[in-house]
Design a protein around this ligand. Structure first.
Ligand code: NAD
Length: 397
């Protein structure tokens, strides 16, 4: 039965709205609120002719992809599709999408389609992305790019065959904090990298689709971001090979949440991530990152502030609106300069799938080798596309 919000609940809604304006700025807050209520957002200025399709019409597609495409890149959306007909229809109406499709085939057959953004459930990402690539389209696929090794192979084979370009929605490496930190950090080739991530996530009930084993659990849903950032930062120096992985969780029955993962590498690197969700964070997800390498120590406070220490030098940064890198990540297809090395995403996905399997099986210790895993996957890609295996590691990324 419909229940009226109490005065306290109504006050909390207003508080949240004001807090979000302070964190995300008014424009993004408007899209976030409109996305929840499926309201029409006012169109400011003209958008360019569009060739963009959107698969998955949920909150992220509306409030993040829709916002940045329309407000920053001035691109309209040509066609959209969601398995939930109401989601398709309401997003299409609110964001003035030209064609609300009733099947993904209808979307793929839309004349003029050139680029597809995929923000559907995790288990469908790789298949949609591979089908779009096989049609020669450019593809931006949200994280995770795959939740099983089979899906990953399907996608990577399609990438090899296709003339289309493939981009991933792992956005943290595109945040201002990480880009500035990269430019300040003097790489010490013999030095280890320490990265610690403390993530306060949304409280998701056991029924939430992120938690389902076939969707890759919260390891693919959230922890993949931090494994990907770790791989990205390791590549600033150059990768180690072997990793020792240890995992512990607060509750064996809920192993993908309130979890702590620790990794050490054969080059002295250390990584830890804690995902905690014991209550629902009022301001949304909150991320604290600590980093140390060479003479650089840094702390990133929810991608809103960063402090960097280098010997006697101390630098402080503020990022408003909060910048987790969504804008630059979503803009990858329009960037003039080559973006992030795709191979980083391949390797971080292999590591994520390995850890997902540990969590599924309840394994607390294991080892992982980037070289071994990649050699195996590369051979399987080559076999699948009928390409002779390279005699040395000559694949270009
Ligand atoms: N990069 C980031 O920071 C970030 C943040 C949040 C969400 N995301 C990603 O965005 C995607 C969507 O998440 P969300 O928060 O919008 O969730 P959501 O539940 O609001 O939306 C998911 C939508 O996908 C639709 N869907 C489910 N299965 C489908 C299928 N097979 N084909 C087409 N549509 C399907 C659902 O009906 C729903 O409308 C996920 O991949 C998620 O990981 C990324």
């Amino acid at each position: 039965m419909f229940q009226k919000a109490t005065i306290a609940e109504q006050l909390d809604r207003w508080r949240k709205l004001l807090r979000f304006v302070r964190i995300y700025g008014p424009g993004r807050t408007l899209y976030k609120a409109a996305g929840r209520m499926r309201l029409r957002v006012p169109q400011l200025g003209r958008t360019r002719g569009t060739n963009i399709g959107l698969i998955g019409c949920g909150q992220f597609a509306f409030a993040t992809i829709g916002y940045y495409l329309q407000r920053y890149f001035r691109r309209g959306i040509l066609a959209c599709y969601d398995v939930d007909e109401q989601a398709t229809r309401t997003l299409a109406r609110s964001l003035r999408v030209l064609r609300a499709c009733s099947s993904v085939e209808e979307l793929f057959e839309t004349p003029e389609l050139g680029l597809v953004y995929i923000a559907s459930d995790h288990a469908s990402h790789a298949d949609y992305a591979a089908r779009a690539l096989d049609r020669g389209l450019d593809v931006y696929v949200e994280k995770p790019i795959a939740v099983t090794e089979e899906q990953l192979l399907t996608l990577l084979r399609a990438r090899v065959r296709s003339v289309g370009r493939l981009f991933a929605g792992y956005n943290r490496p595109f945040s201002k904090a990480i880009c500035i930190l990269r430019s300040l950090t003097k790489v010490d080739l013999s030095g280890g990298i320490t990265l610690g991530c403390f993530i306060v996530g949304h409280r998701l009930g056991p029924e939430h689709w992120y938690r389902r084993p076939e969707q890759g659990t919260r390891v693919c849903g959230n922890i993949g971001h931090w494994l990907d950032l770790f791989v990205h930062m390791l590549c600033w120096r150059s990768l180690p090979d072997k990793l020792d992985i240890a995992i512990t969780w607060a509750d064996y029955e809920e192993r993908d949440d309130n979890i702590c993962i620790a990794i050490r590498s054969d080059r002295g690197d250390l990584f830890s991530v804690i995902l905690t969700s014991r209550n629902e964070p009022f301001e949304g997800i909150n991320e604290t990152i600590n980093f140390q390498h060479g003479d650089t120590t840094a702390r990133i406070d929810d991608f809103r502030r960063m402090t960097v220490w280098q010997a006697a030098k101390l630098k402080k940064y503020r990022f408003w609106p909060k910048d987790v890198g969504h804008r630059e990540a979503i803009g990858q297809p329009f960037a003039l300069l080559p973006g992030r090395a795709w191979h980083e995403v391949e390797l971080s996905t292999l590591l994520m799938l390995h850890i997902t399997e540990m969590v599924r099986l309840g394994e607390q210790q294991s080892t992982f080798s980037f070289a071994q895993e990649w050699t195996r996957i590369e051979a399987a890609i080559d076999e699948g596309v009928g390409r002779p295996s390279p005699t040395c590691n000559s694949r270009s990324h």
